[in-house]
Design a protein around this ligand. Structure first.
Ligand code: PLP
Length: 360
C-alpha cells in the first residue's frame, strides 16, 4: 500500500522554517515588534471574542475602507489576505504554470521560491551588488517565460533598499505582461527621502502590485493579516483565487484599530531607529561588519574573523539565551540576521557579541 502521492514539484519543496520559539530569553529571529501591538488592536481582538460564532465579512469591507482612507487608496483595488504570505501564494495560483519563471534578487525573501515551487515554476535569481538589488541584473534575466518579478523593498534578510528611481527603471524595463510585486513588509520603517513604497506605480501601471503586512510595524504577526493594492485586473484575479473567508474577524477588527493608531507606529519606528543605531555603533566598535539597514533587523557579516565565524557566534548567542536567524538558505552562510529587540535585549546582544569577540 502506498497511499496518495502528491505532485513531484510539491515533494521538492523544503518547508519554510520560522524563527525558533523560546520559552525564555530573547527571540530575535523573526523581526517581530518588541513593543507588542497597539493597545486598541488588542482590545479589538478581545471584543471580537463576543461574536466568534459568526463568519467574518468575506470582503473585509471595513478593513479595506480603513486602509484606503489611511493611504489614500481606492478600496476596490485592495484585497486582504492571511498575511502577505497568503497573497504571494494566491499570486502563484493565479499566474504561474509549470515551466514559468519568477525572477528575484539573489538574497530575496524565501517565500517567493516556495510559491514558484508549488506551481512547478522555476526561480531565477539575479546577483546583487553590495547586498543590494541590482536592477540591471534583474532586467537582463527577463525571458519570455518570466511571469512575476518579486522585489522586497527593503529586502529581508539584507535590510537594504533601492530608491524610487530604480524601482521605476525596473518597471519601465519589464514587458507589460510581467507582474512586478513590490513587497513592502518593512516600508513603514524607511525614512530615506529617495525611498517610495511604490503606491504611485501600483496606481498608474497595469502590472505593479504592492503588498503590505500587519506582522511587523503593527506587531500583529499572530493574527496573520496582509493586504495588496494594484490594478483592478490583478485584484480581481486574487479575489477569484482566495478562500471566501480568508481573513478572520479578529484580524479584520485588529487591523482597523492598528492602522488608525499612528502613535504606536511612530513609537515603533522611532525606537527601532534609536536602537538600530545603538546596535550598529557597538558592532562597529567591536570590529564586526554589518550591512547598513533601513529595517528592524541587521545582517551581521562574520567573514573576516577566523575562529569567530557565524556558526560559533550563533552557538555563543544561544548559550546566552539569544536566538537569531541563520541565513544559510539565503546563500549567506557567513552572516546572521538579528532583529532589533527591546533595549534590554539589544544590551544583551551587544554584551554577548563583545564577549564573543574578546581575544581568547
Ligand atoms: C515578514 C515579511 C513578510 C510578512 O509576511 P506575513 O505573511 O505578512 O507575516 C513579507 N515579506 C517579507 C520580505 C518579510 O520579511
Amino acid at each position: 500500500m502506498t497511499g496518495p502521492k502528491p505532485l513531484a514539484n510539491i515533494l521538492d519543496i523544503t518547508p519554510y522554517k520560522g524563527g525558533q520559539k523560546l520559552s525564555s530569553g530573547w527571540k530575535l529571529s523573526s523581526n517581530e515588534n518588541p513593543l507588542g501591538c497597539s493597545a486598541a488592536a488588542r482590545q479589538a481582538v478581545i471584543d471580537a471574542a463576543d461574536t466568534l460564532s459568526l463568519y467574518p465579512d468575506g470582503g473585509a469591507v471595513a478593513l479595506r475602507e480603513a486602509i484606503g482612507s489611511t493611504y489614500g487608496l481606492d478600496p476596490q483595488r485592495l484585497v486582504c489576505g492571511a498575511g502577505s504570505d497568503e497573497l504571494f501564494q494566491l499570486l502563484g495560483r493565479a499566474y504561474l504554470s509549470p515551466g514559468d519563471e519568477i525572477l528575484q534578487s539573489e538574497h530575496g525573501f524565501l517565500v517567493y521560491r516556495l510559491v514558484a515551487q508549488q506551481s512547478g515554476a522555476t526561480t531565477i535569481s539575479a546577483p546583487e551588488k553590495g547586498f543590494t538589488t541590482d536592477v540591471d541584473a534583474l532586467l537582463e534575466r527577463v525571458t519570455p517565460r518570466t511571469r512575476i518579478v518579486f522585489l522586497a523593498n527593503p529586502n529581508n534578510p539584507t535590510g537594504t533598499y533601492i530608491p524610487a528611481g530604480e524601482v521605476q527603471r525596473l518597471q519601465a524595463g519589464l514587458p507589460e505582461h510581467v507582474l512586478l510585486v513590490l513587497d513592502g513588509a518593512y516600508a513603514e520603517y524607511v525614512r530615506a527621502p529617495d525611498y517610495s513604497d511604490g503606491m504611485d506605480l501600483a496606481t498608474d501601471m497595469p502590472n505593479v502590485l504592492v503588498t503590505r503586512t500587519f506582522s511587523k510595524i503593527h506587531g500583529l504577526a499572530a493574527l496573520r493579516l496582509g493586504w495588496a493594492y494594484g490594478p483592478a485586473s490583478v485584484i480581481d484575479a486574487l479575489n477569484r483565487t482566495r478562500g471566501p473567508f480568508n481573513v478572520s474577524a479578529a484580524a479584520q477588527a485588529a487591523g482597523i484599530a492598528a492602522i488608525q493608531d499612528d502613535a504606536f507606529q511612530s513609537r515603533s519606528v522611532g525606537e527601532t531607529e534609536t536602537e538600530r543605531a545603538r546596535l550598529t555603533r557597538a558592532l562597529g566598535e567591536m570590529g564586526l561588519s554589518f550591512v547598513p539597514s533601513v529595517t528592524n533587523f541587521v545582517l551581521i557579516d562574520f567573514t573576516d574573523h577566523p575562529g569567530r565565524g557565524s556558526k560559533a557566534a550563533d552557538a555563543f548567542l544561544r548559550q546566552r539565551g539569544i536566538v537569531v536567524r541563520d541565513v544559510d538558505v539565503y546563500g549567506l552562510p557567513h552572516c546572521l540576521r538579528v532583529s532589533i529587540g527591546t533595549k534590554q535585549a539589544n544590551d544583551d546582544v551587544i554584551s554577548a557579541l563583545q564577549d564573543f569577540m574578546q581575544p581568547r
